[in-house]
Design a protein around this ligand. Structure first.
Ligand code: SPD
Length: 332
């Protein structure tokens, strides 16, 4: 990799990429079930570590392994846990549990879509489990929902084991594109979307390119003026440098507003996860106040199933940041 390319990659991702290959299991991230417990670590060797959260491990008791296979891109694991229902793990990293997925999917979808009037065209990047589609489809103003997911096995496994999420694919407004998101967005007409939601996995493995500058440039180009992006942006406890780098990059690229919001997801490392919200130049977007409140959208509260986490108060609260985050990531 040349120096120019490296400059585009946040420093903590470079560290993750440089993490030593485990000589026992042969790669950095594998789903690890040891003595009936899943841990998002590497394996039983001295490299017992995940490069995204070195020095810690998060465990769930496993009742039964339901699926474990290697796709073209990653290891895909589904297990029944003792306390959080069924769990999806990709590349050794927990993606969702039946019990707390609502806190992630509802927030990543409604924070952007309730921040603009009448969103019509929406793109979901990643999100092959269908949970974000389920949430986007609550918005009756939406006419088109494109989704670009690289790994077909994730979609198939979602449909087989997580029907409450995969129900999102049943909406006739949904158009599925299986392939590389960078390629897909590169070929998207300029200004096509009102909103883009990036529901990626962590930037190790197949999602590595999704924190780099060229990706954000392409996203901004694909949005209409005053369009909005909501991008998964890791944990303020673990990844302040990555968040800072992403915010700096986004401030250069998105000429509207750029904000950080967060939610509580107990089964993610450190128990929280954040989102970067950006708007392009155009009608100003004040993300902190939902101008399109979900409570006023006909049928939205109960479409497919009742909202469990998101409401307009949670929307406003999501932008309140602890002092250390305000200081370290220089957030408004
Ligand atoms: N650290 C885990 C981040 C996972 C983000 N994607 C979750 C996919 C749920 N649709």
């Amino acid at each position: 990799m040349d120096g120019k390319m490296e400059a585009n990659i946040p420093s903590c991702c470079l560290k993750a990429q440089a993490f030593p290959i485990d000589p026992v299991v042969g790669a950095n991230c594998h789903a690890t079930v040891v003595s009936g417990w899943f841990s998002d670590t590497v394996g039983k060797s001295k490299y017992f570590n995940n490069p995204m959260w070195p020095g810690e491990a998060h465990s769930l008791k496993v009742e039964q392994i339901l699926f474990k296979e290697k796709s073209e891109y990653q290891e895909v694991l589904v297990f029944e846990s003792a306390t959080f229902g069924k769990v999806l793990v990709l590349y050794g990293i927990l993606q969702l549990t039946e019990k707390d997925e609502c806190a992630y999917q509802e927030m990543i979808a409604h924070l952007p879509l309730c921040s603009i009037e009448s969103p019509k065209k929406v793109l979901v990047v990643g999100g092959g489990d269908g949970g974000v589609l389920r949430e986007v489809s609550r918005h009756s103003s939406v006419e088109l929902i494109d989704i670009c997911e690289i790994d077909k096995m994730v979609i198939d496994v979602g449909k087989r084991f997580f029907p409450e999420l995969a129900v999102g694919f049943e909406d006739p407004r949904v158009h599925l594109h299986v392939g590389d998101a960078l390629e897909f967005i590169r070929n998207t007409p300029k200004g096509k979307y009102d909103a883009i939601i990036v529901d990626s996995s962590d930037p190790v493995g197949p999602a590595q390119g999704l924190v780099e500058r060229p990706f954000f440039e392409m996203l901004a180009r694909a949005l209409r003026p005053g369009g909005v992006l909501c991008n998964m942006a890791e944990s303020m406890w673990l990844h302040t440098h990555l968040i800072e780098d992403m915010i700096t990059t986004c401030r250069h690229i998105f000429k509207g507003s750029v904000h950080y919001a967060w939610t509580s997801v107990p089964t993610y490392p450190s128990g929280v996860i954040g989102f970067i919200l950006c708007s392009t130049d155009g009608l100003p977007v004040n993300f902190k106040v939902p101008v399109n409140p979900i409570e006023k959208l006909e049928g939205a509260l109960k479409h497919h199933r009742e909202l469990r986490f998101y409401n307009s108060q949670m929307h406003r609260a999501a932008f309140a940041l602890p002092s250390f985050v305000k200081r370290e990531v220089n957030c408004l």
